[in-house]
Design a binder for this molecule. Structure first.
Ligand code: TEU
Length: 576
């Protein structure tokens, strides 16, 4: 079996601070607001708070563009506020981790300002600068043809020093050059030790597999017609020195710190673009001393089109595909010293009820409960995203595109309009809009729905993102008092996970009935104990499975029918 460690059994709760709770009426969530809600978070049965970036930032990518790691953005509060937050979490028996965003900085970071100031500045080499190329007609071309995440290429021209710099994300997010040792040391001091010394318990590590690139930067083969920029992840993801860099970060920094209660600090890295277990395992194998665990994103890619360009071109999927994904990442750690994570929401994705089940008024509550059982019964460390516990759903489809604020959404939409207008893909605008309505990152960033008062109790001012039309129907206050609410159900489900942690957190996963398009069934095994999980992913009755000698532990319906699974019903049985 797997070694027992605190963070394997812990439930993590992600807070996206801009959208959680505003204390000063400027329409933007803040740390004092979050402090008011610490007892709410603790009451859920959560063990660790993961706080998304609150560092100084121009906010072009919502704080994932950091201009000073050691300063808290004034819109969120002060370093002292965060110190108070760390203490409040600990006083409530919870740990707290921060986001570590060190693949890139903001172009407003002092390091980048120095780097771009002259070709021979000592920090020139802290970022990737390359000369232009020229075609036969003498037109200037970027060093390579790589496509970036938010539409557009990965190189931006700098007039002043007459070179291009690399950015995998927005042009305001230049990539740091991890090849440079001084740069790595500065990262460890400023982004890591500064906060570890203040008592945080670990990090969620942003884009961790992109620190090492193929620095000769060859052109990518042309796989997408009609465009200069091409997918090129093979040259900037999981690069040649990646494991060396992460191991160094671990030995030099992380291994020297403990949590407030004297245990090893925790890391969870983001591992996009690594679809095979053989590529993921080295990052999380305990003896490698790199990361404790990673997010692998197959599950949130369900419904997304291929590659970056078509991410929002919705691709229909069926339940067996989801089952295969779950099986793959549930079982890949068997017989290894690695670990896995369980999640289906974060700040980069649409809401799970809207994407994986049914967010209509008739079924959204049942859908949220069924998805809760799906999560809490899986092996690995569980991550919940704010609002998931009250069944928050996507923004209404009737909202105009102007309500979408995210740099990725606006980039993809503008590109779709361009390709539609120039005739190369006439229906693209409608298709991408449809995809954004389902999968845009904006959906998760709507203000938290606290209660039925003005602005859902999020802010007394004008919220930076529009409040969901349904906040009077879906909010935490009304659910607190209702034993049948999604919130009350989540609390019970998290308790169930803790009580049956041997089987639910550590057990072996066995998928049943892969081909079934309507129900998702699996068993969990631990020694001689078995748990059976049965989930109806449709809005109609399904046949309940044989569960002969097993006892019902929990159902998402108040009244369980013997041979029938009701719409979106979930059930958990145990053999002990
Ligand atoms: O995202 C990293 C990333 O590359 C993707 O997994 C993610 O899906 C993103 O939405 C791109 O489509 C992280 C952060 O979670 C994200 O919010 C930031 O925009 C990004 O890094 C850049 O820092």
């Amino acid at each position: 079996g797997h070694a027992r460690v605190w963070w394997k059994e812990a439930v993590f709760y992600q807070v996206y601070p801009a959208s959680f709770k505003d204390s000063n009426g400027d329409g933007w969530g803040d740390i004092p607001g979050l402090l008011e809600k610490i007892s709410y978070i603790a009451s859920l049965g959560v063990d660790v708070v993961w706080l998304s970036p609150m560092f100084e930032s121009p906010q072009l990518d919502m704080g994932y563009d950091i201009s000073d790691y050691e300063v808290v953005d004034p819109s969120y509060g002060t370093v002292e506020d965060v110190e108070r937050l760390i203490k409040a979490c600990h006083d409530n028996g919870m740990k707290i981790i921060l986001d570590l965003v060190v693949n890139h900085t903001s172009d407003q970071h002092a390091w980048f300002k120095d780097s771009r100031s002259s070709n021979d500045n000592p920090k020139r080499d802290w970022y990737f600068w390359r000369p232009a190329r020229y075609d036969e007609d003498g037109n200037r071309l970027p060093p390579t043809n790589y496509r970036s995440y938010f539409a557009g290429g990965t190189w931006t021209w700098d007039e002043h020093t007459q070179e291009y710099y690399l950015h995998l994300y927005d042009k305001s997010q230049p990539d740091l050059n991890w090849e440079n040792e001084d740069c790595r040391k500065a990262i460890y001091d400023s982004a890591m030790r500064f906060w570890l010394n203040k008592g945080i318990d670990g990090f969620r590590v942003d884009t961790v597999n992109k620190y090492s690139k193929v620095t000769s930067f060859p052109d990518a083969p042309i796989t997408e017609p009609n465009t200069f920029i091409q997918p090129a992840a093979q040259f900037w993801c999981n690069g040649p020195r990646i494991h060396e860099f992460i191991r160094e970060m671990n030995t030099e920094v992380l291994s020297k710190y403990t949590t407030y209660d004297g245990q090893p600090v925790v890391t969870v890295g983001e591992l996009s673009l690594t679809p095979e277990p053989s590529g993921v395992l080295p990052y999380v194998s305990a003896r490698q001393k790199e990361l404790d665990m990673v997010f692998q994103f197959d599950i949130t890619h369900l419904g997304q089109g291929n590659g970056f360009q078509d991410k929002y071109d919705f691709a229909p999927w069926q339940l067996p595909e989801m089952k295969e994904i779950v099986r793959k990442w549930q079982t890949f750690i068997e017989g290894t010293d690695g670990w896995t994570t369980v999640f289906n929401e974060n700040h980069d994705n649409g809401r799970s009820v809207s994407r994986f089940a049914d967010d209509s008024p008739e079924w959204r509550v049942q859908s949220a409960k069924m998805l809760a059982l799906w999560l809490v019964t899986q092996t690995g460390t569980l991550f919940l995203y704010q609002g998931q516990e009250i069944g928050m759903i996507n923004a209404p489809r009737s909202w105009p595109i102007e309500e979408y604020k995210d740099v990725e959404a606006t980039g993809h939409y503008a590109e779709a309009v361009r390709l539609a207008v120039n005739g190369s893909d006439p229906t693209r605008k409608e298709r991408i809009l449809n995809g954004l309505q389902l999968m845009a990152r904006d959906h998760a960033r709507l203000p938290f729905q606290w209660d039925a008062t003005h602005n859902a109790g999020f802010s007394t001012g004008r919220p930076w993102m529009r409040v969901h039309d349904l906040y009077k129907e879906i909010n935490a206050a009304s659910q607190e008092e209702d034993p049948d609410s999604v919130l009350s159900f989540y609390k019970r489900a998290l308790k169930l996970r803790k009580e049956h942690r041997d089987v639910l957190v550590y057990g072996a996963f066995e998928l049943l009935d892969l081909e079934n398009l309507n129900t998702f069934m699996f068993r969990k095994h631990y020694q001689d104990r078995t748990i059976l999980v049965v989930l109806n992913f449709t809005a109609v009755n399904q046949k309940a499975p044989e569960s002969d000698d097993m006892g019902l532990l929990m159902s998402s319906y108040p009244k369980v029918l013997p041979n029938v699974l009701q719409p979106f019903e979930g059930r958990v049985y145990a053999s002990y």
